[in-house]
Design a protein around this ligand. Structure first.
Ligand code: CA
Length: 252
């Protein structure tokens, strides 16, 4: 793995490689870009059309999108606009590939929210350097939403930036509520005891009586539920044991 990816991963305490989504309908170009990025240690996924790109992003938010402007289905510009309008993806950096040489088109792409652009034809090496420069910039600015985003239905939890949103609306959670929600989302579907939740969301205090432990966890779960509105019901009480986050089928 390249020093670049390793360095970013270490400082961001990331456990998996930086992920790049390459959106390009010309298979040869897509393969070439993917090959070069993989060699540099990136985890690469490719999409051959606009809708495919949005599907891929919906499954897992990448750390960077390399986006061709001329695509079937939805144009690159339209994909860009959608990415920038969704809270979960608005901070994902985008490197735009453009075949047009006109200055105007380049500026248009940047105005739509792209972080940089590259005019075709370009060398794969140049693309890697640009990608690294963008990621370094984003990383240094500390605004990266990369790393991990947990999602459950309309809930998005950005692990690194400690932000949570519900249906795109920012949720204001206390640090404890945030960690509690994170613990529930990380083990969704599985029941966790109050002790397990305490260990995750609070620094464990030994000597805490069962009664206080129960009261503390229960109180925070109650507050978290009310902040989540109707979705709060997804945090289920498992009598005599603890809690679990149960996402209704079809809303995953
Ligand atoms: Ca194209």
């Amino acid at each position: 793995m390249s020093t670049f990816v390793q360095e970013i991963m270490e400082t961001a305490k990331m456990t998996s490689a930086l992920r790049v989504l390459v959106v390009e309908d010309e298979p040869d170009i897509a393969a070439l870009i993917a090959y070069q990025l993989t060699r540099e240690g990136f985890r690469v996924e490719t999409a051959g059309s606009g809708p495919e790109a949005l599907d891929a992003v919906g499954r897992e938010v990448p750390d960077l999108v390399v986006l061709d402007r001329m695509l079937p289905g939805l144009s690159g510009d339209e994909v860009l606009v959608r990415l920038k309008s969704e809270p979960a993806t608005m901070n994902v950096p985008v490197l735009l590939l453009t075949a047009k040489r006109e200055q105007e088109d380049r500026i248009e792409g940047l105005e739509l929210g792209a972080d940089d652009y590259l005019t075709k034809p370009f060398s794969p090496r140049e693309l890697v350097l640009r990608a690294q420069a963008i990621l370094r910039r984003v990383h240094e600015a500390g605004t990266t939403e990369g790393g991990r985003i947990l999602r459950a239905g309309p809930i998005r939890l950005h692990v690194e930036s400690h932000r949570t949103s519900l249906d795109g609306e920012e949720l204001t959670l206390t640090p404890t509520e945030f960690r509690l929600l994170q613990a529930l989302m990380e083990r969704r579907g599985r029941t966790q005891s109050r002790t397990q939740l305490l260990e995750k969301a609070w620094s464990v205090e030994s000597g805490v009586s069962d009664r206080i432990r129960t009261r503390t966890v229960d109180m925070h779960v109650r507050r978290l539920r009310s902040k989540l509105g109707p979705v709060g019901e997804w945090i289920q009480t498992v009598r005599g044991f603890g809690y679990r986050l149960k996402v209704p089928e079809g809303l995953e």
